[in-house]
Design a protein around this ligand. Sequence first.
Ligand code: NAD
Length: 429
Amino acid sequence: MKLTIIGTGYVGLVTGTCFAEVGHQVVCVDNDPAKIKVLQAGGIPIFEPGLEELVRKNTQAGRLSFTVSTAEGVRQSDVIFIAVPTPPLPDGSVDLSFIEKVAREIAASMASYKVIVDKSTVPVKTGDQVAETIKRYCKTPVDFDVVSNPEFLREGFAVEDLMRPDRIVVGVRSQRPVQAMKEIYKPFNAPVIVTDINSAELIKHASNSFLALKISYINAISVMCEATGANVQEVAAGMGMDVRIGRRFLDASLGFGGSCFPKDLSAFIKIAEQVGYDFKLLKEVQNINSRQMERFVKKIVDTLWVLKEKKIGVLGLAFKQNTDDIRSSPAIDLCHRLQKEGATLRVHDPKAMDKARAVLKEVTFVEDMNEVADGCDALVVATEWGEFKKLDLARARQALSHPIIFDGRNLFDPAEMKRLGFIYKSIGR
Ligand code: NAD
């Protein structure tokens, strides 16, 4: 099928590429000319495992192309996906101006029946607004359908998630676009759940808020563990073997971040408020998350006392492993907090250093993770990159002026760290 994706970021680029990979003809549109230039030249503007090869392969096969022109994208396809940002406004509600603008642009270029599919994460009832806007801004009356098709990919595993989704949610106002949507997703062999648009939109916010809740739950349990001498990883393992609970999202840490959970959580609280429901449960999920970061910083300050004139090595800047994304990254937040306390930082991330340079000032970026500890008073693990487990601990022990490690991601075994002579402080253990 001929498909257009408007917004070629983490979601749009991976979605467009995977659609091309299964045989569809895809045009990806972005209004950032620099991004499109990189893609047209055979590069990719983000890091996502496995993506670059797939982009190259499908571009060369003629199934995937890139343009800055929405009009061209609309002309070439009958199904148009929207994957533009939906960032938070200062009050926590969603900035829908990108969606509204794209809806107007699509309307201005429509000359025949189109299915307009929203993939961005939007508040319930946005589909109605998109439909109204398109109707209003069409030059001549054209038939169209609006569909909600929320995306559940995880950055760092986006290609895998797109190619093997747990389910596809399709929210519609009439049956007309259902066949086309099923056709598009047929090669992915996943169950397709057809709902009304409001339910589809709610599924996304309800899912992300639930996952954030699960993380805050185990983080609250980690506080109980620290107070009682229990081990949160053993508790999580024991809980997680119950199929009703499941082990995933039960990793205690310095807190969740990223471009989705914090913003979707605030958005959902705001949406609830607008319909007259005070979603106190989710407010507490936010509180637990911010307290988790504060507790971690306190642990560092309690151990090192005054941070002024102290040098701290920080491993990890991305909001999680396998990505270069630093949006709302707890690691970056931590760096800023440590700097505020007066510490000097040496930092390293396998993929996110370029992006971090824009937001972290007066830090030393270190290319080799093993050299981060050099001359530092302590080392901090802020992101759960798998390669940090291969850190040369004997070298770090020598390189640190004091053998202290604060592990915000529970990467190392406390007994082993003690044996190696470290003062080792992690979460809930
Ligand atoms: P992103 O910022 O990486 O990409 C969005 C792209 O849209 C950018 O490249 C931007 O230049 C482009 N854009 C903005 N306005 C445009 C316009 N008028 N015309 C053409 N292009 C335009 O954002 P993202 O992370 O891909 O997120 C997109 C949406 O998907 C958001 O609603 C987000 O909440 C949701 N989502 C994200 C993830 C994730 O893990 N990143 C997962 C699921 C859902």
